[in-house]
Design a protein around this ligand. Sequence first.
Ligand SMILES: Nc1ncnc2c1ncn2[C@@H]1O[C@H](COP(=O)(O)OP(=O)(O)OP(=O)(O)O)[C@@H](O)[C@H]1O
Ligand SMILES: [Mg+2]
Length: 263
Amino acid sequence: MTTTDRRALLQASGLQKRFTAGTDAIHAVDGVSIDLIAGETVAIMGASGSGKTTLLHLLGGLLRPDSGILRFAGADLATLSDAALTSLRCERMGIVYQSSNLIPTLSALDNVALPMLLNGSSRTTARAAAHERLREVGLGARALHRPGQMSGGEQQRVAIARALIAKPELVLADEPTGSLDRQNSLDVCQLLHQVAADRSRSVVIVTHDPAVALLADRILVLSDGKLVSEISRADVATAEEVAIYCMRVARRNQVFAPSSPGI
Ligand SMILES: Nc1ncnc2c1ncn2[C@@H]1O[C@H](COP(=O)(O)OP(=O)(O)OP(=O)(O)O)[C@@H](O)[C@H]1O
Ligand SMILES: [Mg+2]
């Protein structure tokens, strides 16, 4: 890859996000800095409550940080109005939510077509592309089914097809394989990885599964809202090694216990 290809797509520096619940203040994201290069896949791991979803929502502009700097393709997101941020997200990002967030009254096909319709494509073009994305996630035959008529795993695959349809530069996926079996998990992650392999795109996957994390170029570990460890794909060969690495990080931070493939 040339230096131009390796441009930074997303640059986050010192992100902070606090929530208040009653009288408690929760420091969900505490000084996280991440640079994402175009074309790379990054996995984020960490215990429940460590701040993974909050961080993903900050990166996708769904939440605004209390402080810190966030640039997407060079643009400072803090300077954008809510409307401009929403347009940027619709046109250039694809988000797979922790719960699939499909519209229950629409068919799988229309759920997947929605981002293209919102971006101004014709119904025919959007539906043709939606059919193709549904085929890629193995649901070509279920296009006319509504979410309520599908299993949790199928709904999650529809959500992935929806996130990919507008060919976004950045895909943010929150536990995209949480309700899938092992083979479907790996197939879906392979698909996300292919998205990133098209060099202008980046993928961030939040996962508890070491086998899924193994598909990423880098694995980051969050603990109590802080980025406590990072490992490169070149330094781990198997899912077992990822699990062992996570356990070492856990021992050091005394909190993190990932799901492990039988270790
Ligand atoms: N809207 C909110 N109001 C108050 N507290 C919140 C809110 N959203 C998240 N939190 C808290 O912030 C912390 C981080 O939550 P977050 O959802 O980011 O964790 P997570 O790592 O994604 O967990 P999980 O693996 O269970 O999905 C938690 O303590 C959570 O209770
Ligand atoms: Mg979460």
